[in-house]
Design a protein around this ligand. Structure first.
Ligand SMILES: [Mn+2]
Length: 231
């Protein structure tokens, strides 16, 4: 069966536990990730290595896109990197080159006969994934009419999934904090593990979720309210 795992953000231990739980129910699972495996969390290189070793097929998240951009700058014009960016890259140690090489192979979306997988969401008004602005696929939450206006999280009527009609199910992550309930057919899997929420996986064939609670709060900002806790 196909299992789609939400945003890991370096929560390697929770990902390990999730893989154990899935393997107890499914002896030959096909594993996918909504992206944002990297960034923010306690063991980013470890989480990435686990994704590679277990053959989890991911899509690019905005944090992987950031990694690719900053690694490119580091190679070509290191003096342009700010101190914080340097610290964020330092978590990879000697493994940065390998991490970049792995992440570079991830696509912006994955298509199945019945499902499309993206990190953040779809660009309203565009009929084909290939023609969507990558910035939307990577980072959209709400849609104010342009890619510059995707950030009004307190306007649920502008949530991208309320502005899109799509013939397949759409599986996505990215929106852990104050996400309105998506309509049927839209499966949001970022339940804020790195903020002390949970890591969630969804089994497509059985339309059900598994959730592994975070062992602790790893990042304090934007902690999800109880209303957006995993179901
Ligand atoms: Mn994201």
């Amino acid at each position: 069966m196909r299992w789609f795992i939400g945003d890991v953000h370096g929560c390697r231990e929770e990902l390990e536990e999730m893989l154990e739980r899935i393997s107890r129910e499914d002896s030959a699972p096909e594993l996918f990730s909504t992206g944002d495996v990297v960034g923010k969390g306690p063991d980013v290189p470890g989480a990435l290595a686990l994704v590679e070793r277990e053959g989890i097929r991911a899509v690019l998240g905005n944090h992987e896109a950031w990694l690719l951009r900053k690694a490119e700058i580091l190679r070509n014009a290191p003096s342009e990197l700010e101190e914080k960016q340097r610290r964020d890259l330092a978590v990879y140690g000697d493994g940065l080159g390998r991490a970049v090489e792995f992440v570079r192979s991830w696509p912006l979306y994955r298509e199945f006969p019945d499902i499309d997988l993206v990190h953040a969401g779809l660009e309203p008004g565009v009929d084909s994934l290939a023609e969507m602005n990558p910035a939307c696929l990577l980072a959209i939450r709400t849609w104010g009419g342009s890619v510059e206006r995707m950030w009004e999280i307190d306007a649920p009527e502008k949530a991208w999934f309320n502005l899109v009609r799509w013939p397949k199910k759409v599986v996505f992550g990215h929106w852990a904090y104050r996400m309105p309930e998506p309509p049927p057919g839209f499966v949001g899997l970022d339940t804020g593990c790195v903020y002390g929420g949970a890591l969630t996986a969804w089994c497509a064939e059985e339309d059900r979720r598994i959730s592994v609670p975070a062992r602790r709060d790893y990042a304090e900002k934007h902690a999800p309210k109880p209303t957006s806790a995993p179901r």
